[in-house]
Design a protein around this ligand. Structure first.
Ligand code: PGA
Length: 255
């Protein structure tokens, strides 16, 4: 499938895997996916496994991501992890504003915006998550919700920082539920998000921004989703926890 934008497929391992399990998964993925150059492949382990996973994939084309980071540069912030700490392990991407953090840690667009800016300050690429709940969709508020999140979380970025930001559209009702948005539903929202980026930045910038879809992506539905003009990758939760399913998702999306 021809696209100007390079596909980016990231595995969000969430709060899963001991260090030993994470190392095994990373090793298996390295064997399956080491030489894939046409798709950016990223794995995002828990903080505790980042060091071991980093060693395992350092010489491959698989890139490392984190699932969160502090908006602060350092100091008296008990329990937090800074961008600088992540950079020691060659972490290049960081998932920010995941709906689980918005829901369980009460992360606001304002806080997420600070994290996005801090990530760019450390030359890391944010994967900014946005998405509506089922109630919001059913109440006809989807566009309003997405637009508020996009505007709030991307405020203050330069055009070049925006180009290096990945947006992940993850309808909350599709995360971990087995209910995937149809490829048409995904395309509709991705096009809407891209239009928001045009309004906030400009046309050329918006054309370069990669927008991932997330929510019950599996080997069987990934290719069709990627076939949509504004879907430029996937953020994969459950199916990223096994070598077979994650590597099949990536391989199924190759040309
Ligand atoms: P899922 O999770 O693939 O298990 O639905 C996606 C995510 O939350 O990033």
């Amino acid at each position: 499938m021809e696209k100007d934008r390079k596909l980016i497929i990231a595995g969000n391992w969430k709060m899963n895997k001991t260090v030993a399990e994470a190392r095994d998964l990373a090793k298996g993925l390295r064997m399956e996916l080491a030489n894939i150059k046409d798709i950016d492949v990223v794995v995002c382990p828990a903080f505790t496994a980042i060091g071991e996973v980093s060693k395992e994939i350092i010489e491959s084309d698989i890139r490392l991501g984190a699932q969160n980071m502090s908006e602060q540069g350092g100091g008296a912030y008990t329990g937090e992890i800074s961008a600088l700490m992540l950079k020691e392990f060659i972490v290049r991407y960081v998932i920010l504003g995941h709906s689980e953090r918005r829901q369980f840690q009460n992360e606001s667009d304002e806080l997420i915006n600070k994290k996005v800016i801090a990530a760019h300050g450390a030359s890391m690429k944010p994967i900014l998550c946005v998405g509506e709940t089922l109630e919001q969709r059913e109440a006809g508020e989807m566009e309003n919700v997405i637009s508020t999140q996009v505007k709030g979380c991307l405020a203050g970025l330069s055009n070049s920082q925006m180009e290096e930001t990945i947006i992940a559209y993850e309808p909350v009702w599709a995360i971990g539920t087995g209910k995937t948005a149809t490829s048409e539903q995904a395309q509709e929202v991705h096009a809407f998000i891209r239009a928001q980026v045009v309004d906030l930045f400009d046309e050329a910038t918006a054309r370069r921004v990669r927008i991932q879809y997330g929510g019950s992506v599996k080997p069987g539905n990934a290719r069709e989703l990627m076939g949509q003009p504004d879907v430029d990758g996937a953020l994969v939760g459950g199916a990223s926890l096994e070598v077979r399913s994650f590597s099949d998702i990536v391989k199924n999306c190759l040309n």
